[in-house]
Ligand binder design. Structure first.
Ligand code: GLC
Length: 443
């Protein structure tokens, strides 16, 4: 039996400051649809699937994987170009390694994949007419990007290409900053490679630029670059790392929401390295990953989580285990993640929150025991249940607190237990109201 003691009047009294809080909450899609210029309308159309998807797989794979000491190894160890180039013959992955990545991504509940087509080292994982420093003409003997695209599509996943503008291998890659004819050559090369990527692989869903050193956006001709990309791929979305805003921002290794409703995606490693780093054992747990995903989703962002396959294409076991656990959790609790809305409540020392319509999802990652509570929830609770099982949960609510009671001593779900809380209106939390208004004893 639930004792729902909060009154409508209580809610009205306490709602003024909460309204002020909710008014500043960015609303990713709503903000741009208020002024639906044709560019905004087109962006909303192109980005719909991505906003719903929430969770993607990043893959860093290249010659650096052979050394197994991080994708920056060439620069960080000062390896000469001629010495590094020899890795191109040693890179001999097993056929169709990407199939296992795609199966894992699907099992993990990830809806899209973004693979390095060319990282800073300059080696192209794809077939190109513009350089011999590419997979089909070197050790792999075939087009690794083609295999990736086919594998992602076979699992029904969206396809993204990472592309590094910075190039440590190309002769013009550094001198383009000071030599105009080198710049012209290098920009033609860069635009040419991107043109091939946008032409030869069918529909591509994301172009994920990286590091625009050493040129300015004007020198890269980034506006023209994007124009070409959209001409070739009218449905694609692009990030902001070619120096112009594109469609979304890319906070790296941190979860920081964009202001004013701009779309954003946090990219993050599972240990401390993007490319395969043999000795890096600083693995995140599935609980950390779920918490990060929840925090991204709460604030309207996406989460792009990286794997760094070994040179043969196999995935480190720790990554497989963690992603599999996350996927199992998402199968039970995915309703709270995919296609969810911005969520204002956030104050708890043992739970995170997400929201869909009037339903608040409380994700308890440190299970406190036989009850859990939320302070300052301004909306009246109608019902609550464990999301994983549907089992009803008792609750009591007053103006300051809602308590969910009669719970088991040990966490019912791993790595995080989610309680779905159906409210009468959009759930808003105001803990300042609690601090100010709670009756105090004494003098
Ligand atoms: C940085 C790093 C790079 C990595 C990328 C992922 O730009 O230089 O190695 O690919 O971030 O976001």
């Amino acid at each position: 039996m639930s004792h729902n003691r909060i009154t409508r009047r209580d809610l009205l009294i306490s709602s003024a400051s909460a309204m002020a809080t909710s008014a500043i909450v960015p609303r990713a899609l709503a903000a741009s649809s208020q002024n639906p210029g044709s560019e905004d309308a087109d962006r909303i159309r192109r980005m719909k699937w991505w906003h719903d998807a929430r969770f993607g797989m990043f893959i860093h794979w290249g010659l650096y994987s052979v050394l197994g000491r991080h994708e920056w190894v060439m620069e960080n160890e000062g390896i000469p170009v001629a010495e590094y180039e020899q890795l191109a013959q040693l890179f001999q992955p097993k056929p169709n390694a990407a199939r296992d990545w795609a199966r894992l991504a699907r099992a993990a509940g990830q809806k899209y994949m973004v693979m390095t087509t060319k990282h800073h080292e300059g080696f192209c994982n794809f077939d190109t007419k513009l350089t011999d420093y590419c997979a089909p003409k070197q050790g792999p003997g075939r087009d690794l990007v083609r295999e990736f695209v086919d594998a992602a599509r076979a699992e029904g996943l969206r396809v993204g290409f990472y592309y590094s503008l910075m190039d440590w291998h190309h002769p013009d890659g550094a001198r383009c900053a000071t030599d105009e004819s080198a710049r012209k050559r290098f920009v033609a090369y860069t635009h040419g490679l991107i043109r091939e990527l946008m032409t030869n692989y069918g529909k591509i869903d994301i172009l994920w630029y990286d590091v625009d050193w050493p040129l300015t956006p004007a020198q890269w001709e980034s506006e023209q670059m994007n124009r070409m990309v959209f001409e070739l791929q009218p449905d694609i979305i692009v990030n902001n790392r070619n120096g112009v805003p594109g469609d979304f921002s890319t906070p790296e290794q941190e979860i920081t929401a964009e202001k004013s409703g701009r779309a954003w995606e946090t990219c993050m490693t599972l240990n401390d390295s993007w490319g395969y780093q043999r000795a890096d054992d600083n693995w995140k747990t599935s609980r950390q990953v779920v918490r990060n995903l929840i925090d991204c989703v709460r604030d309207g962002g996406n989460y792009l989580l990286n794997i760094g396959p070994r040179p043969d294409g196999s995935i480190p076991e720790e990554s497989v285990r963690t992603l599999t656990e996350v996927g199992q959790w998402l199968r039970r609790n995915g309703e709270s993640v995919y296609q969810s809305d911005l969520c204002q409540p956030r104050q708890s020392t043992y739970a995170g929150f997400t929201r869909k319509g009037n339903t608040l999802y409380m994700h308890v990652y440190f299970w406190p025991g036989d009850y859990v509570a939320i302070a300052g929830l301004q909306s009246r609770v109608k019902s609550s249940r464990f999301l994983a099982t549907g089992q009803k949960i008792d609750f009591q609510q007053d103006r300051f607190r809602v308590r969910f009671t009669g719970l088991p001593a040990a966490a019912p779900d791993i790595p995080v237990t989610t309680i779905a809380i159906e409210c009468e209106s959009e759930p808003i939390q105001d803990t300042l109201f609690v601090r100010n208004q709670r009756p105090r004893n004494g003098l």
